[in-house]
Design a binder for this molecule. Structure first.
Ligand code: F6P
Length: 342
């Protein structure tokens, strides 16, 4: 069988580990051939592909990013998008697609598979860890590790100057990175998109931390919102899936803290550093296992499914189930962290 592979959406560490596992098992065990599509859905849309064989995937396991490139191209918005994708697959005699992506990329895969008969198998990825139906997505553990290291480093400089350090991490709709790195790094305030925050309460925690003669570290997700305000946007632009571009809540909050408490505050925005570089051992392990199981699903022609982690098992679920709603932070989990605030 000839199988296409694509990586779409924001990149994340571990994408290459999936590609390698898919190709290694697919060629060695099943005798399949692979075609790599460039830049997410843009590849099959525009017929842009590269050969993908065992020599092409040698040495890529520890490499960040994706050797196939990525984009947020939405083929459902392109003129004759579905027809063009079908034509590319037919022309290249590709009988199945392995789609490695998050909510948006997999949302397209679910529609193509369920409504238009394009045989897709999904692999969940995102540093945000906000995909339903899987306990974890790969990329998340690496991002949390990077954010935690940054918080550790910020503690010492914050204490030398006795100032507030606000750390802004990624997380548009879900506060998983903020919550996990904030707990792991011993933050004094953690703010997540799921719970609107009260600036006065944040200032009270900051003040109480100074009273104990320590400098406060405030971790905020980029999508966190004050009770009486709105999302802080980078600019007014939308991506092809209609998402606003965030960033700025950290800077805004640092100014508010300075104004209201009289304490000096600085902001560090971690941004794309969280998505770059080599994957953690956990993410390599998870991505590799996802790849092995995705190629099994293709071999068994179990299309419209996505591989998912449940406990330590890899299972298959309908792609549509994973993209129907976002996995957000449960209020109880957030409350648990409150012991360390202030
Ligand atoms: O979806 C993953 C993510 O990293 C989000 O956390 C973040 O808001 C967004 O992508 C940034 O997207 P871009 O790559 O367009 O800057």
């Amino acid at each position: 069988m000839r199988v296409g592979v694509l990586t779409g959406g924001g990149d994340c560490p571990g994408l290459n580990a999936v590609i390698r596992a898919v190709v290694r098992k697919g060629v060695q065990e099943y005798g399949h051939e692979f075609v790599g599509y460039r830049d997410g859905w843009r590849g099959p849309l525009e017929g842009r592909s590269v050969p993908l064989d065992i020599p092409a995937v040698r040495g890529i396991l520890p490499r960040g990013g994706t050797v196939l490139g990525s984009s947020r191209t939405n083929p459902l918005k392109a003129e004759n998008g579905i027809r063009r994708i079908k034509d590319t697959l037919a022309r290249q005699e590709v009988e199945a697609l392995i789609v490695i992506g998050g909510e948006d990329t997999l949302g397209v895969a679910a529609r193509l598979s369920d409504e238009h008969g394009v045989p897709c198998v999904g692999v969940p990825k995102t540093i945000d860890n906000d995909l339903s139906a899987t306990d974890y997505t790969f990329g998340f553990d690496t991002a949390v590790g990077i954010a935690t290291e940054a918080i550790d480093r910020l503690h010492t400089t914050a204490e030398s100057h006795m100032r507030v350090l606000v750390v802004e991490v990624m997380g548009r709709h879900a506060g998983w990175i903020a919550l996990h790195s904030g707990l792991a790094g011993g933050a004094n305030v953690i703010l997540i998109p799921e719970q609107r925050f009260d600036v006065d309460q944040v200032c009270a925690w900051v003040t109480s931390r100074f009273r104990a003669s320590y400098a406060p570290i405030v971790v905020t997700a980029e999508g966190a919102m004050p009770k009486d305000g709105d999302l802080v946007l980078k600019d007014g632009t939308l991506d092809p899936f209609g998402h606003v571009r965030l960033s700025g809540v950290g800077e805004w909050l640092a100014k508010e803290i300075e104004k209201r408490t009289g304490e000096e505050a600085r902001t560090t925005v971690l941004g794309h550093v969280q998505r770059g570089g080599t994957p953690s051992a956990f993410d390599r392990w998870l991505a590799t296992r996802f790849g092995l199981h995705a190629v099994d699903a293709v071999h068994e022609r179990d299309f419209g499914t996505m591989v998912a982690l449940r406990g330590t098992d890899i299972v298959r679920v309908p792609i549509a189930e994973a993209t129907a709603r976002l996995k957000t932070v449960d209020p109880g989990l957030y409350e648990e962290a409150g012991v360390f605030f202030g």
